[in-house]
Design a protein around this ligand. Structure first.
Ligand SMILES: [Zn+2]
Length: 302
């Protein structure tokens, strides 16, 4: 850059700074004017309020409605105050404004009830309050039906002889998770349910002992417990066939794999049958009675 042009450049710098300063002054003046004008609007609203009979006089409402919905630069709370109202009273008096969003269900236009209004935060497309209520009722009905069905499934019992349950239980209990080197709560434990499976087997064995049942008795355990028991037993059955033989020998002459496969089928059959019973008892579109709903909620608070 040649030196003889520097004064020119400095002139331009000074001019641009001057322009900037003038703009700042103009802005400050405009802002001040805005404050004064806003105050002027408020004073006129106050005069209008004083001039009408009551705060719900149509002339006042029309002005308030316009200022609140069309003039966002006029503060809502101050406006209400000028009209001698609280913000909530003013909002109730002027009513909502169209939000420009249509209900995805019935097509009616959603209404903004205040400037800070947002479409209801819920999954899916926007719905009007009526359709939200219908949707909520449908959801809760479905949830209640699902809960009633799951109760039937939860209460279903897989029937098998005590001998079969004992064989499966002893097999699982013969391989405590610690021997397998799996820590409780570790990723392997959570994935395979090893500890849960072991404790499940221990619980079943305790119940069998307490019930003082004999090997040929038929005994039912829940589908969930039976499924876990059999899946863990099937996992350990092949680890050491000689040991497996030793474990189940005192209980049965049958090969452990055959016995477990039969239990596995029994679990599957009972789960399917329970699901069918549940679907038949509470079909699609079923309306739970008030008693049933109360029972669901009563059962949950226990
Ligand atoms: Zn709707």
């Amino acid at each position: 850059m040649s030196e003889d042009k520097l004064p020119d450049i400095l002139d331009h710098v000074l001019k641009s700074v001057r322009d900037f300063t003038e703009a700042e002054v103009a802005l400050a003046e405009a802002e001040q004017r805005l404050v004064l004008c806003r105050q002027g609007v408020m004073e006129q609203v106050q005069r209008l309020r004083d001039g009408v009979e009551a705060s719900h006089a149509p002339e006042l409402i029309t002005v308030l409605r316009h200022l609140y919905w069309q003039q966002p630069g006029i503060h809502g709370r101050a406006l209400a105050q000028a009209a001698g109202l609280t913000l909530n009273d003013m909002l109730a008096t002027i009513g909502p404004a169209p939000a420009g969003i249509l209900c995805a269900e019935c097509g009616v236009e959603l209404l903004r009830t205040s400037r800070s209004w947002q479409p209801p935060a819920r999954p899916g497309p926007p719905l009007c309050p009526d359709c939200v209520a219908v949707d909520n009722r449908t959801r809760s009905r479905r949830w209640h039906v699902q809960t009633l069905r799951s109760r039937i499934i939860r209460e279903a019992r897989v029937p098998a002889t005590v001998r079969e349950w004992r064989a499966a239980t002893e097999l699982v209990l013969a391989y405590p998770p610690l021997i397998q080197g799996i820590r409780r709560g570790s990723e392997a434990d959570l994935q395979e349910g090893v500890w849960r499976g072991w404790e499940n087997a221990r619980g079943i064995r305790t119940r069998l002992i307490n019930a003082a049942v004999v090997d040929d008795d038929v005994w039912g355990i829940t589908v969930e417990e039976a499924r876990l028991l059999v899946s863990i037993a099937l996992k350990v059955v092949d680890w050491d066939t000689a040991r497996t033989r030793d474990i189940v020998d005192p209980t049965t002459d049958e090969a452990a794999v055959a016995l477990l496969s039969r239990l596995q089928r029994a679990v599957r059959d009972e789960a399917e049958a329970a699901q069918q019973r549940a679907d038949a008892a509470y079909p699609e579109g079923y309306e739970p009675s008030e008693d049933e709903i109360n029972e669901i909620w009563g059962g949950m608070s226990l």
